[in-house]
Write a protein that binds this ligand. Structure first.
Ligand SMILES: Cc1ncc(COP(=O)(O)O)c(C=O)c1O
Length: 375
């Protein structure tokens, strides 16, 4: 049920960010509306250029969503049905939906209990003659060590980074999204860089992949009368691109605020009860959500906070491999003890770039209060 209480602390309200950049966003919208150019216009090409440059890639191809970015990236590899993609079971369902959309077979590797990221040291044992792609997810704004993953998988297996939650994050000074063969970004409204509708982009340094995706995103169309190959309609629109160009100019400042807030939470929360996601040395994380491990009484804590006007969420309540949807397609049994343990203990607490320090301190205080009173 919708909460009407103005004091209610939402996990991630979206209006405060709009209010912060309202004038610039309205100007961008007005410019697009009065230009008469709504699809594949100057804002889309400018945003493709600006965002690919920001991440550190040569080519950017805007598409309709992060899910489509994953699908288009995988599709451009022209794989065979049943080829295997090694990925994490601890991610949003879309990662796996994209794999299945191309009738590829997901193979799940367990996660690290502290970073919640794919355990790359376990990837090698899962490689089979059918493995063509590894699809790591930079979960919650943390970054998978792609250079190390490359050493493990070699050059023959493609790496596609799922960057839906990691805009601006980096490892050893290189941004997530510029580390593998291709990367897929989502601009869903709640993302670190989010529009006011759906949107996505594939980034790559490979010109052939970029050209294939650019062609297939508009029916393989060369011009209005000539169609060169099978394609679909998956485009980023001018309005979203115009809005995203404004927000990209503020992405570093929004991410800096997230980092400062995360560090403040880290100093306040008692790690004996609630332990924030671990960020490895060399990683500059961007805290898409603030997720913690709470092995004891996670659901009771959530109930207590809700009763006190504080919203929490669980990302994710089960391993994707346990979802009914794709069970019949798996080629092997998976050994995922850590994922199964983390789904039972993880919790996301209120967190967004515009969050006031006093709100954060109230949330942290409520969590500490809960634990100090039950022991
Ligand atoms: C890890 C991950 N992958 C893919 C997606 C799909 O993005 P979109 O919602 O833009 O299709 C999302 C976002 O919701 C996500 O969190």
């Amino acid at each position: 049920m919708e909460k009407l209480n103005p004091e209610y602390i939402m996990r991630c309200p979206l209006v405060p960010q709009y209010k912060m950049y309202e004038d610039e966003i309205k100007r961008a919208i007005e410019t697009v509306l009065s230009s008469g150019h709504y699809i594949n216009g100057p804002n889309v090409s400018a945003f493709e250029e600006e965002f690919s440059k920001y991440i550190g890639c040569k080519y950017g191809v805007g598409v309709n969503s992060g899910t489509d970015a994953l699908i288009m990236a995988l599709w451009s590899l022209d794989l065979n049905k049943g080829d295997e993609v090694i990925t994490t079971p601890f991610t949003f369902f879309a990662t796996c939906a994209a794999i299945r959309q191309l009738e590829l077979t997901p193979v799940f590797v367990d996660i690290n209990p502290d970073t919640f990221l794919m355990d790359i040291e376990k990837v090698g044992a899962l490689i089979s003659p059918k493995t063509r792609v590894v699809l790591p997810v930079h979960l919650f704004g943390n970054v998978v060590d792609i250079p190390r993953l490359r050493e493990i998988v070699g050059k023959e297996i493609y790496i596609i980074e799922d960057c839906a939650q990691s805009h601006g994050a980096s490892i050893a000074g290189r941004r997530a999204g510029a580390l593998g063969d291709m990367s897929a970004f989502s601009f869903f409204p709640s993302k670190n860089l989010g529009g006011y509708g759906d949107g996505g982009m594939v980034l790559t340094d490979n010109e052939a992949f970029a050209n294939t995706i650019r062609s297939r995103r508009t029916f393989g169309m060369k011009n209005k009368d000539v169609f060169m190959e099978h394609g679909v309609n998956t485009r980023l629109d001018e309005l979203q691109a115009g809005i995203l160009r404004v927000k990209l100019r503020h992405l570093n400042e929004m991410n800096s605020r997230r980092k400062a807030l995360a560090s403040h939470y880290g100093g306040l929360l008692n790690p004996d009860y609630i332990k924030p996601q671990k960020i490895e040395n060399g990683v500059d994380a961007v805290y898409h959500v603030y997720s913690c491990k709470c092995p004891d009484r996670r659901d009771e804590l959530a109930g207590y906070l809700e009763g006190n006007g504080i919203q929490t969420n669980v990302y994710y309540t089960s391993a994707i491999s346990d979802q009914e949807a794709y069970k019949k397609y798996y080629s092997r049994k998976f050994d995922l003890p850590i994922t199964n343990q983390i789904t039972k203990s993880i919790i996301s607490i209120p967190f967004y770039a515009e969050m006031k320090l006093s709100t954060l301190e109230h949330v942290a205080g409520s969590i500490n209060h809960y634990f100090s009173n039950i022991r």
